[in-house]
Write a protein that binds this ligand. Structure first.
Ligand code: GRG
Length: 323
């Protein structure tokens, strides 16, 4: 524990996030390029949304989980929490795919038929800038491009094909009938009626937690983690991260300024879709958020025999049901 505590105390999460985001941004920049004059506007629309400055939370979580699994088995020998070059090569195609799926979901979420938002990250949304037809197709193309990224670029001499298929399976499941699309559909259905806490939790699980869970678990799968033990534990861990993430996002929608949010801020609780702040009030939502965060901290540092970045008694994940 002493060695692990010492390493973590020197570790700056803030710097790590910036460093990893930089790597992801570089890879995203190269991931989609125009191939002929005819596709120029279309590709521009995809690149506009993909490179518009998101936090890259999902790609970084994927890289971190892959790094953790590979360090545990001694395959990644870089010091501390940082990935070596081989880990980056293994995780990056999936990291990029995750950001493409996330971007697709934001483009479609902003459309007039759904949330009808004019601004995203402080800039005009894709349909405002390029037209609704182009935005719909740009989202569709990003979705299929994401699977092509994984299939074409994951190094097959380093990751068994069965594991690549497992990553594709997880991504496919978290987008469609059991994931993002289902969560968004249910979210829309509750625009005019109030959801119960259970229904709201279901919506959050599908529309937000599923992709975050996929990011962590896909990274671990690529890194060689045991599918029946470690990946199961990570499923519970990352689902809780996803739930806390959505509650925090809804709190920020009310408390942050327009400038901080890059979109219309100060949502009216009465007119908003059902959210934790709307159902439980702002303080109630903050309590839920901090309860999940406490649980995450407990899970992170508890128990042995779980995934540990440095072996021994380092950061670990204990089996726990999502809140
Ligand atoms: C078309 C198959 C298909 C699916 C799309 C529209 C849709 C279905 C889903 C929308 C889901 C959605 C917008 C969920 C919100 C998730 C969320 C908390 C987004 C904010 O994520 P951040 O904070 O954003 O990571 P940045 O801007 O940093 O990338």
């Amino acid at each position: 524990r002493d060695a692990a505590t010492e390493t973590t105390s020197k570790f700056s999460l803030e710097k790590y996030l910036v460093d990893m985001k930089t790597k992801v941004d570089e890879a995203l920049e190269k991931s989609i390029v125009s191939e002929c004059p005819e596709d120029k506007r279309f590709v521009e629309a995809m690149r506009y949304s993909l490179l518009a400055g998101g936090k890259r939370v999902r790609p970084v979580m994927c890289i971190a989980a892959c790094t953790m699994a590979r360090k545990r088995s001694g395959k990644d020998t870089a010091p501390g929490f940082y990935p070596d070059e081989e880990t980056l090569k293994i995780a990056m195609p999936t990291a990029i795919a995750l950001e493409m799926v996330h971007t697709m979901s934001l483009i479609h979420d902003d459309l007039p038929a759904l949330d009808n938002d004019p601004l995203r990250r402080g800039k005009p949304t894709c349909h405002v800038k390029f037209g609704e037809d182009c935005a719909i197709l740009a989202g569709d193309a990003l979705l299929s491009e994401s699977f092509a990224q994984i299939a074409n670029h994951t190094p097959q001499d380093k990751v068994p094909a069965t594991r690549i298929v497992e990553v594709v399976r997880r991504l496919a499941e978290c987008v469609g009938r059991l994931g993002l699309a289902a969560g968004e559909m249910m979210d829309l259905e509750y625009e005019d009626k109030e959801a119960t806490l259970d229904e709201l939790r279901w919506i959050h699980l599908k529309k937000t937690a599923a992709l975050l869970q996929c990011a962590v678990c896909a990274g671990a799968v690529l890194g060689g983690a045991d599918l029946e033990t470690d990946v199961r534990k990570l499923e519970a861990y990352s689902t809780n991260i996803g739930l806390a993430f959505q509650v925090q996002d809804d709190i920020l929608d009310i408390t942050a300024s327009s400038e901080e949010l890059g979109k219309t801020a100060g949502k009216d609780l009465e007119q908003d879709k059902t959210t934790y702040p709307k159902l439980m009030g702002l303080d109630g939502a903050k309590q839920v958020d901090s309860r999940v965060c406490d649980l995450l901290a407990e899970m992170q540092w508890s128990g042995s025999g779980a995934l540990a970045a440095h072996g021994g008694d380092g950061p670990a994940v204990a089996m726990q049901e999502p809140v």
